[in-house]
Design a protein around this ligand. Sequence first.
Ligand code: ADE
Length: 244
Amino acid sequence: MLIDILTIFPEFFTSPIGVGNVKIAREKGLLDLRITDIRDYSRDRHRKVDDYGFGGGPGMVMMVQPIYDALKEIKDEKAHVVLFTPRGNTLTQNRVNELKEMEHLVFICGRYKGIDARLEHFVDEEISIGDYVVSGGEYAALIVIDAVARLMPGVIGDIDSAMEDSYSSGLLDAPRYTRPREFMGMKVPDVLLSGNHKEIEKWRRTESLKLTLARKPYLLKEDSLNEEDRKIIKNLRNRDGKEE
Ligand code: ADE
């Protein structure tokens, strides 16, 4: 996969793309990252890429021309152009799984008050990383790059581990424990020390369902639940009802 990143802060990416799963994906030749400085496409002597917004008000707006010119040079017929903005669709694991299949992604990292609205005509998708504002699309781009890279074959040594993550099964992951068996009086649940893999799986599934039901019930999709899950959820709901 090729990811082109359009940014006014190319240096923002230097360290993060050189560590962890993104580094591994690049070294394995699975991920090619190309960073383009939007200022290189400015027609201004001072490499200006922003201007005052029409109609007044505070904050600068990124001009459409430098980004359009950069896109024109970078885009091929396979390119899927993503603009990062709080206005976009909120990123989900499902969407990450789909983006992972694309051959060429082009990420536009917005700054200031936003980008001239006419850029919309040259964008395939707008993505938000959540209902809050960060200083620029660079933060969002890094999140998507990592989320995609870690799913590439052979990047995470233990592929089962990626499959068991929160969200990949549509549920939050069960609590995890490591040594010591007891810390400040708090003990690791007995079942995890029992060696009984069937019971451990059952416990994990119940804890996953419990956590998801309590914290992110909107993740529980009817079609991803089996008969056993439904029984567990029914019991959990009954129990909670009685406790109230
Ligand atoms: N740029 C600023 N805030 C953002 C957000 N929440 N998601 C994506 N891009 C952004």
